[in-house]
Design a binder for this molecule. Structure first.
Ligand SMILES: [Zn+2]
Length: 386
């Protein structure tokens, strides 16, 4: 009988990421939420949280990997919505306040006193900071309120959460946050937004129909107006590169959650972790592919650094047409067989991998939600079928 669980759920939030991790006793697990999908898919997250037993409506940690709408939008709405009645113990997010301080990064072990060891829009970053502060959610408390990033030349920091889940930081690097700071700063000037004006974020939120209430969603003349007048989008690569990516471990079972991170940064972290654990290739039980399976966010070098047969893909293919066939093909070429591909949407971009002949010839199994709209649920302790 299995009385503990370690579960990774990829909620079906269209082209975005919204990942619920649960661990601990099967009857009373703890929860961690990474990202909230785009603001238009918030209802999916809301329903999932409402489905939790009242005693479990508590997040040990909420992580917002970066400021792209397909990751941050649902969280801005969640923090403004009293309805799911959710307790949030801590938020990890690199906002303007963190970016505008000196960036030192964190190594292993993170020092208790927090002494340093060495449609994407920044506006939503301000909304998030504003709403989390108003709700009294501590921001980056584990890191003494500072920006969460890897220190140069040090082992990635590993943080133990209550209940036995550990998180090791895989991204971002200091340089990626410096790039973000520079781009963000430029956009603030253009948007004539003063980040130190505490009421400014509230005024903008009031005027931004995407985030006014739990009901408002989808396209509307107001939204189109807001979008048209918002600061020009940041370079996609800059925002993605600032992603907080994590290695989550419970009872020796490991899952890498790569957000939209850049490969070079992740490769460097994986190399260090493998070395410190005496493994030639880092054994992983699952990898959530970076950037929804984009070919630009998956490298042969990364695939050669890991020993993993299960790959998770979060997207419905809308907006950016992910996952790229090239990325999946690369996985199938370099990962040990049989490979398991887990998709959280059955859609035009993912359906092609269902072909039985292809699965047989290339040595993989493709997994889809039994019914579209259920997302993907991975029981990490059940092991991977050989
Ligand atoms: Zn994304």
């Amino acid at each position: 009988m299995q009385d503990s669980l370690f579960r990774v759920e990829l909620l079906p939030v269209r082209h975005g990421d919204c990942i619920l991790l649960s661990w601990g006793p099967s009857q009373s697990p703890r929860h961690l939420l990474i990202d909230g999908g785009p603001h238009t898919a918030y209802e999916t997250l809301r329903q999932r949280l409402r489905g939790l037993p009242a005693a479990q409506r508590r997040l040990e940690l909420l992580v917002v990997s970066h400021i792209d709408n397909d990751h941050i939008g649902g969280i801005v709405r969640l923090l403004g919505d009293p309805e799911p009645g959710l307790e949030i113990e801590e938020l990890w997010f690199n906002g303007w306040e963190q970016l505008s301080q000196p960036l030192h990064g964190f190594g292993q072990p993170p020092q208790a006193q927090g002494q340093p060891a060495g449609e994407r829009s920044p506006m939503e970053g301000h909304y998030l900071a504003h709403r989390s502060a108003r709700r009294g959610v501590p921001l980056n408390r584990t890191f003494d309120g500072k920006a969460i990033c890897l220190a140069k030349g040090l082992e990635p920091p590993r943080i133990e959460l209550d209940g036995g889940l550990s998180l090791t930081l895989l991204s971002p690097s200091i340089d990626k946050l410096k790039d973000l700071r520079e781009a963000w700063d430029g956009k603030l000037t253009k948007a004539r937004f003063d980040p130190l004006d505490r009421d400014a974020a509230e005024r903008r939120l009031q005027a931004d129909r995407r985030y006014r209430g739990a009901e408002s969603a989808g396209l509307s003349p107001g939204l189109l107006h807001d979008l048209a007048h918002m600061a020009p989008v940041l370079d996609e690569a800059v925002a993605n590169g600032s992603s907080i990516a994590l290695l989550a471990e419970y009872q020796g079972v490991r899952c890498a959650l790569l957000a939209d991170a850049h490969m070079r940064v992740v490769e460097d972290a994986i190399r260090r972790i493998a070395r410190s654990r005496g493994e030639t290739r880092l054994r992983l039980d699952a990898v959530k592919l970076s950037h929804h399976g984009s070919k630009g966010n998956l490298s042969d070098a990364f695939l050669r650094l890991i020993d993993c047969r299960r790959f998770l893909v979060s997207t419905d293919g809308s907006q950016f047409g992910h996952p790229d066939d090239e990325a999946i093909a690369r996985v199938l070429a370099l990962a040990p067989k049989p490979v398991h591909l887990v998709f959280n949407h059955r859609c035009d971009r993912t359906r092609g991998w269902e072909d039985q002949g292809l699965q047989h010839t290339l040595g993989y199994e493709a997994h889809y939600p039994a019914t579209e709209g259920m997302g993907a649920v991975v029981d990490m302790l059940a092991g991977i079928p050989a």
